[in-house]
Every structure is written in structure tokens, then in C-alpha cells.
Design a protein around this ligand. Structure first.
Ligand SMILES: NC(=O)c1ccc[n+]([C@@H]2O[C@H](COP(=O)([O-])OP(=O)(O)OC[C@H]3O[C@@H](n4cnc5c(N)ncnc54)[C@H](O)[C@@H]3O)[C@@H](O)[C@H]2O)c1
Length: 394
């Protein structure tokens, strides 16, 4: 194989990108530390079946124009390295850079003059310059200018990654002018809607900004929803008429889950703490608090509803319908629905979970009790926020 592009990290974000590159008749080498995943991809098997359209691309290109391997040495003849490995945060939401560091140091050891390295993982603004550049320089013995470095955020959405890569605008920014231009040229071979921005830092900020916008607006919707309830106003009716070209009130929820939106505001909150600009991220922090408290809010509402049933609280079978972090996606990262179930359990109530994406065994493996909604006394649907009493509340 004579691939010039390597995609580092073939997970939910990296594999769809590698497949789209291959679909554009460009040979691509995927590097992932998981050898079993690599073998499956090379056999044409899609390890992410829930990703729309990916089956077909992996069947067509896996082991042919998309070859996966677990050894960075295999990528030494590549000239472009696109990195999409995870950035985890600790329990205080401080980024843990170990995976990124390991990936970039591995690339640094095989980097050649003129090569281009692009980071796609969402990171605190400034990371490409402050951390990635020195890692590459230390390992390669070269300085920026001898190699190129850019940032381009992955803006996919689990389940719709292929269509997002084809339809959604992508941005790219270089650490220097040459890097930006070169990265723009590379992406324009397989990304139709592409913009070059003035720097890697701007590109980094764009992605984090999106997450903050979503979190703050969901926080606003959750706050307005609670206030509407207190004032006897039907929030959904009001929202319907309030929304227009200049006003888009989001939907209320049980909170915000997933790998991205609840985490990205912390990137800026922690950066502002680092710079001792504590006042500059107050709204972000408040939105985080409001959204995280929604599970507690709903636990209280469910408890109130239970008390209206004509039987002892401990005998009321409560079913929480939908426990993944959002409907339609079988992922649990920071799932506030799961947090709600656990909160109700902690209150000593008889709580069951049900999810259309999960079998009884899968629910029970999470340490939860399983019950079909029609057998419960009270059902709380986490996507509609509606409460029902299948037995009519008797
Ligand atoms: N999944 C999404 O919807 C999504 C959306 C937007 C952005 N992102 C970004 O993509 C990043 C990665 O997310 P993901 O969902 O693909 O994660 P993932 O856990 O699905 O996949 C990560 C992959 O990287 C591999 N890996 C780990 N360490 C490695 C290393 N040192 N070298 C090579 N491979 C390594 C793992 O084996 C795994 O296959 C996130 O941190 C986020 O910034 C993800």
C-alpha cells in the first residue's frame, strides 16, 4: 500500500473519517492501538454498526484502500497524520493528555521533513501550540517549519458521521500560514465544505464554543421550564410562540450527557482559572450547575407524583424509560438519565429502568432492575419528560 494519509485512532470519530477518505479514492492507513479492531476493519467488518452508512464503506474499502494497523512504524512513509484519539478528563474535569501525548510522540518518532500533522480531537484552545508542537519537536528533533502542524475539529455527531463529513462545514487552522494552507489543500480532496481560519487556536475555539453554546442554551431552557412550571405556564406552548428568527429557546431535559457538551465548557472554565480570570466563565459554570441539577429536579417531581398514588411509597413501581445519554444512541457517558435512576434508587424507591435500545440483560448488567413500562405504576419518559400511570393511578 502506498497511502500518504494516516488517520490515528479508528474510533467513533476516526473510522468514519478514514472511510470517507477511502471513498474519495485516496488510499488511507489507519493506526489504532487495538489490534482486534484493526483485524476486523481489514476483514471488511464494521465495528460501529450503529453508524449510518459505515457498513457499506468498510465492506468496500476495509483491507483495500483503507488498511488498519496497530504499529505506528507502518505509517512511516505517510506524509499526513490526522489524529483523533480521545482526551479524557479527570473527576474535576481537568484534561488528561496522556493518550494525546503518546500518539504525538509516536508520530514524532517517524516524522520526516515536510510532513503535515493535524489534530482533530476537541481540546482546550492553545493545546496544539502549547503541547503538541513541543511533543513533536522533542521526538523528531525538528522545529515547526521543517514539519507542518494544524488543527481541524471533528464536528460529527454519533450515528450521522458520514453525512456530517459530507455536508457539515469543516474548519481548519494552521500553527503557521504554510501549515494552514497545506492542511486546507489536503482536506479539500475529501471534504466538500471547508474553511481556512486564521490560526489553530481559532479552530480549537470554534469547536469548544459550539459546545458551550449548546450547554448554556439548554441550561436556559431548563431554567425557563422550571420557572414556567412555578408560574402555571405551559412551557411548550409558550416556547412554540416565543421562537422565531432571532429567538431559539432549546428543549428542556434531564440534563446534558455524552462525551462532548458537558465537558467542553470545563475546558474554558479551567483555562480561565489557570489565567486567574475567574469572572470570565461564570455563565458557563452556572449552566453546568443548572443542567447537572436537572436529575435532582426530576427525582423530586417523580417523588411528588408517587405520593399522589393511593399506596405506600415503597410499593410504587417506578419505571424510567430511556437511560442512554440521549435517545437513539446506545451510549452512557455522563448520562443524566442514568444519574436520575440512581438518585431515585438512593432515595430507597422501587425503581426500574427500560430502554428500547437495551435488552433486559444489558440493563441488569448496569446494576439496575428491569421492567417493561406497561407493568409499572408510574413511568417517566426521559425524552418527552412526560409521566404516565399505565394502571390509571389506581
Ligand atoms: N464520537 C463523537 O461523536 C465525536 C464527535 C466530535 C468529536 N469527537 C472527538 O473525537 C475524539 C475521539 O472520540 P471517539 O468517539 O472516536 O473515541 P473512541 O473511544 O470511539 O475511539 C478512540 C480510538 O482511539 C484508539 N486509541 C487510543 N489511544 C491511541 C493511541 N495512542 N494511538 C492510536 N489509537 C489510539 C482507541 O483504541 C479507539 O479505537 C474525542 O475525544 C472528541 O474530541 C468525537
Amino acid at each position: 500500500m502506498s497511502a500518504t494519509i494516516a488517520v490515528i485512532g479508528l474510533g467513533n470519530a476516526g473510522l468514519p473519517l478514514a472511510a470517507v477518505i477511502a471513498e474519495n479514492e485516496i488510499e488511507v492507513l489507519g493506526v489504532d492501538i487495538d489490534p482486534v479492531r484493526c483485524q476486523r476493519i481489514n476483514r471488511g467488518e464494521n465495528p460501529i454498526p450503529q453508524e449510518t452508512g459505515l457498513d457499506e464503506l468498510i465492506r468496500r474499502h476495509g483491507g483495500k484502500s483503507l488498511v488498519a494497523c496497530a504499529d505506528y512504524q507502518e505509517a512511516r512513509s505517510c506524509q499526513v497524520f490526522i489524529v483523533i484519539v480521545p482526551l479524557f478528563v479527570d473527576h474535576m474535569f481537568n484534561p488528561d493528555y496522556r493518550i494525546l501525548e503518546s500518539a504525538f510522540r509516536s508520530i514524532g518518532r517517524i516524522l520526516k521533513p515536510g510532513d503535515l500533522v493535524i489534530l482533530e480531537t476537541t481540546v482546550p484552545p492553545g493545546t496544539t501550540e502549547r503541547l503538541v508542537k513541543p511533543w513533536l519537536e522533542e521526538e523528531s528533533g525538528m522545529e515547526l517549519g521543517q514539519f507542518h502542524l494544524a488543527y481541524s475539529p471533528e464536528r460529527i455527531m454519533t450515528g450521522y458521521s458520514i453525512s456530517r463529513l459530507r455536508e457539515f462545514p469543516k474548519v481548519v487552522g494552521g500553527l503557521d500560514e504554510d501549515s494552514g494552507l497545506l492542511a486546507y489543500q489536503v482536506y479539500s480532496r475529501f471534504i466538500p465544505h471547508l474553511s481556512l481560519v486564521s490560526s489553530a487556536r481559532v479552530a480549537e475555539f470554534i469547536k469548544v464554543m459550539e459546545g458551550c453554546y449548546r450547554d448554556v442554551n439548554i441550561g436556559l431552557a431548563n431554567e425557563l421550564f422550571k420557572i414556567a412550571g412555578d408560574l402555571g405556564v405551559d412551557f411548550f406552548e409558550a416556547r412554540n410562540f416565543a421562537n422565531h428568527q432571532y429567538c431559539h429557546v432549546h428543549l428542556p431535559s434531564t440534563g446534558v450527557g455524552g462525551h462532548c457538551i458537558p465537558v467542553y465548557p470545563w475546558f474554558l472554565i479551567r483555562e480561565m482559572e489557570r489565567l486567574e480570570r475567574f469572572d470570565h466563565a461564570r455563565l458557563l459554570r452556572t449552566a453546568r450547575e443548572i443542567n447537572d441539577q436537572m436529575a435532582e429536579h426530576w427525582a423530586g417531581q417523580i417523588l411528588l407524583q408517587c405520593m399522589r398514588l393511593d399506596r405506600p411509597l415503597a410499593q410504587v413501581r417506578i419505571c424510567v424509560r430511556g437511560i442512554t445519554y440521549r435517545s437513539g444512541v446506545k451510549e452512557f457517558h455522563h448520562s443524566r438519565n442514568l444519574a436520575l435512576v440512581r438518585l431515585l434508587m438512593d432515595k430507597g424507591l422501587q425503581v426500574y429502568a427500560w430502554d428500547e435500545l437495551m435488552s433486559r440483560e444489558e440493563v441488569e448488567a448496569k446494576g439496575l432492575n428491569w421492567l417493561p413500562p406497561q407493568e409499572a405504576d408510574l413511568v417517566f419518559d426521559t425524552s418527552t419528560l412526560k409521566m404516565e400511570m399505565p394502571g390509571g393511578g389506581a
